[in-house]
Design a protein around this ligand. Structure first.
Ligand SMILES: Cc1cc2nc3c(=O)[nH]c(=O)nc-3n(C[C@H](O)[C@H](O)[C@H](O)COP(=O)(O)OP(=O)(O)OC[C@H]3O[C@@H](n4cnc5c(N)ncnc54)[C@H](O)[C@@H]3O)c2cc1C
Length: 367
């Protein structure tokens, strides 16, 4: 038994009516993480009349991941959530130079689900959390860690307890790991992003992707008019080049397609802290009294564009599994395994095709 103390670190409520502080209470489910997966799982459970606590830190003003694939809209509609519309903007597809120097256009018109969306991500995540709260979820400001099992309940700090724990902490899968699960990582990838205000709005309604010598570049125009550009580096390159802003700017200016479309780095450039963008799989994603959803269960390489949609759909599936029986939870586990089984070879195939002026081996994942 660890002699570290309790597990939930309460933070003061935010000014202007933020989440309440922790108070002694027993819930049917305590959900760690209020990103899209946590908020949607909370919503589904609350609609089934479960008492749900949704625990997270105060949201940050920056959140990466702003392209919602067309299927994401369908998932939201199935939940009856009307959260798309201004300030979010429709996008038509993607322009990609991946396995050769020229751009290839992907048009969402070819998708039966229609357009994709460029999200104002903090606004989007906030709207999902508000929908959960409106359904009766209790939002709590804090961090969940090292939960202790007490009979049929989990005991957390400050008297908070729950029958079920839901890990929606993102690709770190903090809770699942603390409960003995292993996170298997595909080839490591670190993302270095910056955003700025362009002198002239580029008028881009597609996502731009371009493979480079060291990894790949991502570029888009955000709903508020800024541009967002990211360099995704293999870990071997990340340590030497990632934090070098001058090298980043030089690399960006040398892009064949993205810089000419989005313009030079602006004077108000804002550097965003590096993000781990590796694909991961958590094994197991379901245990005695707990379940993982969203990135905490299975995270995709951002090149796939699946992340937010999977966060929503896996949260629905995970919540329904909690509402069901052991067989339902086993079904959820198998569903995740099947997604991973289809994704892993496809991901390896896409990586192997990536244009590499400097040849580098693609690390194979363990499955
Ligand atoms: C660089 C990059 C670019 C991306 N681009 C796209 C894109 O364009 N389109 C797309 O669909 N996806 C994209 N993704 C992926 C997408 O952002 C994620 O798949 C999605 O956010 C997963 O949602 P989630 O709710 O599972 O986790 P998250 O959104 O990561 O939310 C996890 C939450 O858990 C909280 N938390 C963590 N630990 C604790 C704890 N101990 N207790 C309580 N709370 C905790 C965090 O504060 C956070 O709010 C991108 C990812 C990266 C890294």
């Amino acid at each position: 038994m660890p002699d570290t103390g309790p597990s939930l670190s309460p933070l003061p409520p935010q000014a202007g009516g933020g989440a309440p502080e922790l108070r002694p209470e027993t819930f049917d489910a305590v959900i760690a993480g209020a990103g899209p997966a946590g908020a949607v799982a909370a919503l589904v459970l609350a609609r089934a009349r479960w008492r749900v606590a949704l625990v997270d830190q105060p949201p940050s003003a920056i959140k990466l991941g702003e392209a919602l694939a067309p299927g994401g809209r369908i998932a939201l509609e199935r939940l009856g959530l009307q959260v798309l519309g201004p300030p979010h903007r429709k996008i038509r597809g993607q322009l990609t130079a991946w396995d050769g120097p020229d751009l290839v256009a992907t048009d969402f018109m070819a998708s039966p689900h229609g357009a994709g969306w460029r999200l104002d991500r903090p606004v989007f995540d906030h709207a999902l959390r508000e929908a959960a709260i409106a359904a009766g979820v209790t939002a709590i400001t804090g961090l969940v860690s090292a939960p202790e099992r007490d009979g049929a309940h989990w005991r957390l700090a400050d008297g908070l307890s729950g029958r079920w724990l839901v890990d929606a902490t993102g690709r770190r899968a903090t809770l699942a790991r603390s409960l003995g699960a292993r996170v298997v990582r595909d080839a490591s990838q670190i993302a270095y992003y910056a955003r700025w205000t362009p002198d002239v709005p580029p008028g881009q309604d597609r996502t731009l992707v371009e493979a480079s010598e060291f990894g790949w570049w991502y570029g888009c125009e955000l709903p508020g008019g800024q541009v967002l550009v990211g360099l995704h580096l293999d870990r071997s390159m990340a340590l030497s080049r990632g934090r070098d802003q001058a090298a980043w700017v030089e690399g960006y200016q040398a892009t064949r397609h993205i810089a000419p479309r989005l313009g030079p780095v602006g004077a108000d450039v804002e550097w965003i802290a590096p993000h781990d963008a590796s694909g991961t799989v958590t094994r197991p994603a379901v245990g005695a009294g707990w379940i993982a959803v969203g990135d905490a269960a299975l995270a995709f390489d951002p090149i796939s564009g699946h992340g937010i949609t999977h966060a929503i759909t896996s949260a629905v599936a995970g919540a329904e599994a909690l509402l069901g029986d052991d067989a339902a939870r086993e079904g959820y586990s198998q569903h995740l395994a099947s997604l991973r089984q289809h994704y892993a070879p496809e991901w390896r195939r896409v990586q192997a095709r990536r244009l590499r002026p400097v040849a580098a081996p693609v690390s194979a994942s363990s499955d």
